[in-house]
Write a protein that binds this ligand. Structure first.
Ligand code: TEU
Length: 558
């Protein structure tokens, strides 16, 4: 088997900079705050941090609306602060990945101002279209919808045309059919990867990069019949996502990234965000001999809830992804959450969160952790009045706001959870910090955090195992998921030297018999912190094992 690169067995730790640690007392997290917490990050054992956008921005979409791609938002610090963070991280062997948001800019970006004023050279930087018809009322060019809300077109009074925006109206889409725009964004990549020396990029919203050129209407979705005729919302997104050009752009950026890496013999990683169906996700990894992203996020575990989680469902997700990716020789990856979705501990229940961290840590390939998952952090509580994201529309707030998963990180049980010296934090600190915080979990012998740190240690060994995963369902009602990975050179002597991951997904005791040889010696290398009786080092003498509700254990047999 080919020797693996570091990233193929790595854990990427996502930090939402506003929420991690405030160093200057303004109630908002910043770069020096992250720098202060590098000891903690290092103690986790993760390989890399990925920072959500840190750039100049009016912050209409949490920084995903960028007004200067080359500078840091003063709220987060300065370029000098970023360099210090990068240097200190590198000194500890931690890679730093930045968010690259090419699909759109802020409407405050100078390019948009120039384009709106039809300044020569900038006319076609964005996607402009005339109103339909010639009546007094400005009619949108077509029925395309924004991912967030309503039409994807907004009329610009200066230019007297509509501009296209896949997200907020403050986030006009760049026109990637324009070579100058292509070059501009390549230059942004060069700036961060080459001049600033960052270790890679997470590319935002790649399915949306290019739209159908003739602006034809979207068809109604198959179940549109069930909706009121005024419900405009129930249209397909076939003209605006996964167009061939979007894949080509990703491939172009990959080859650009590789060229930069060749110059200084330093590997750089590229990951893409495409919340779309699996075959399209795989196309962002590459096509035929053309490389795309090193990996494109697998969001299937994000759909888990306490209602749908069971051994069947997990087994299905794992086998489909393992099979599809191995067909292409690509590296799998496993994501439990991010800044766009309710926290996994809230969705499935805190008692299942450890088992899921153990699962993503056990599986072959890349593990992605959203800061807070390692302590079983749940969503915070925010009301519209104190909200940030979509708070302008309180009827939408509960349904659409992503504030809940962005509340300040819980370092300790003090008033602001150790996040800030200022009691006025940008989003309220969750009252759950009393019980759920880093300090308490560091001090306790068994905790979510300790389990997480242990799985990270074990990953160093798991990386050397064969990449095949054997999946079984055992126990009463097939409620226990049993995943087996063998030591590479032992695959043929099945059963001799292997790791088992056992996860009881039933809210009840489960007991089962090992079907393989009883002569083997089995011992526990990891167990969930709060449910169950097993502990690291326990030797399992009999061919029989009992698991408490939602208990997960990793056994080694040899
Ligand atoms: O999200 C891209 C995306 O497609 C969104 O629809 C995402 O699935 C949605 O926010 C879920 O609620 C990326 C970023 O992750 C997100 O934070 C940004 O708002 C968005 O791009 C626009 O830049």
């Amino acid at each position: 088997e080919k020797k693996k690169d570091w990233w193929q067995t790595a854990t990427f730790y996502q930090i939402y900079p506003k929420s991690f640690k405030d160093s200057d007392g303004d109630g908002i997290g910043d770069l020096q705050g992250i720098r202060q917490k590098l000891d903690y990050i290092q103690s986790l054992g993760v390989s890399a941090i990925w920072l959500s956008p840190i750039y100049k921005s009016p912050l209409k979409d949490g920084g995903y609306d960028i007004s200067d791609f080359r500078d840091v938002h003063p709220q987060f610090g300065t370029l000098a602060d970023f360099k210090e963070l990068l240097e200190d991280a590198h000194q500890r062997g931690i890679k730093v990945i930045l968010d690259f948001v090419p699909n759109h800019t802020s409407d405050q970006h100078v390019w948009f101002q120039l384009s709106a004023n039809r300044v020569a050279g900038y006319e076609d930087y964005y996607i402009w279209a005339d109103p339909k018809g010639s009546g007094a009322v400005q009619v949108v060019p077509n029925n395309w919808l924004s991912v967030f809300k309503g039409s994807a077109w907004t009329f610009h009074p200066v230019r007297q045309q509509f501009y296209y925006h896949q997200f907020l109206k403050e986030q006009p889409d760049l026109n990637f059919r324009n070579d100058r725009v292509r070059q501009e964004m390549k230059d942004v990549l060069t700036y961060w990867l080459d001049a600033m020396d960052v270790d890679g990029v997470r590319i935002d919203a790649v399915p949306h990069l290019i739209e159908d050129n003739d602006l034809s209407d979207e068809p109604k979705s198959a179940n549109a019949a069930n909706y009121k005729p005024t419900d405009f919302e129930y249209l397909e997104h076939t003209r605006t996502v996964n167009q061939n050009g979007s894949f080509e752009l990703v491939y172009e950026w990959r080859s650009h990234l590789d060229e930069i890496s060749k110059l200084d013999y330093t590997f750089r990683v590229m990951m893409t965000e495409a919340a779309t169906d699996i075959d399209q996700v795989i196309r962002y990894y590459g096509e035929n001999d053309t490389n795309g992203a090193h990996f494109s996020f697998n969001f299937w575990l994000e759909d888990l809830t306490d209602k749908n989680i069971n051994a069947d469902k997990l087994e299905g997700i794992i086998s489909i992804w393992m099979q599809k990716l191995s067909e292409h020789g690509y590296t799998p990856n496993w994501v439990l959450g991010n800044h766009d979705n309710h926290r996994i501990a809230t969705k499935v229940g805190v008692n299942i969160a450890d088992g899921l961290n153990m699962l993503t840590g056990f599986l072959p390939g890349v593990q992605v952790t959203y800061a807070g998952e390692e302590i079983g952090m749940e969503d915070g509580e925010v009301d519209c009045e104190h909200g940030d994201d979509f708070h302008e529309d309180c009827s939408m707030y509960k349904r659409m706001s992503r504030d809940f998963e962005r509340t300040p990180f819980q370092w300790d049980d003090s008033t602001t959870a150790g996040f800030s010296t200022n009691n006025e934090t940008w989003l309220p600190v969750s009252p759950k910090k009393d019980k759920c915080n880093v300090k308490a979990q560091q001090d306790s012998e068994r905790s979510h955090l300790k389990t997480y740190m242990n799985i990270e240690k074990l990953r160093k060994q798991f990386g050397k195992l064969s990449d095949d995963v054997y999946t079984f369902k055992i126990g009463d009602d097939n409620a226990v998921l049993d995943l087996v990975r063998y030591v590479e050179n032992d695959v043929k002597n099945v059963g001799l030297c292997a790791y088992h991951f056992l996860f009881n997904l039933k809210n009840g005791y489960n007991s089962f018999d090992f079907t393989d040889s009883v002569k083997e010696k089995r011992y526990v290398v990891l167990a969930t912190s709060s449910n169950g009786t097993h502990a690291v080092g326990d030797i399992i003498e009999d061919s029989h094992l009992g698991l408490d509700p939602f208990e997960a254990v990793i056994l080694k047999t040899n």
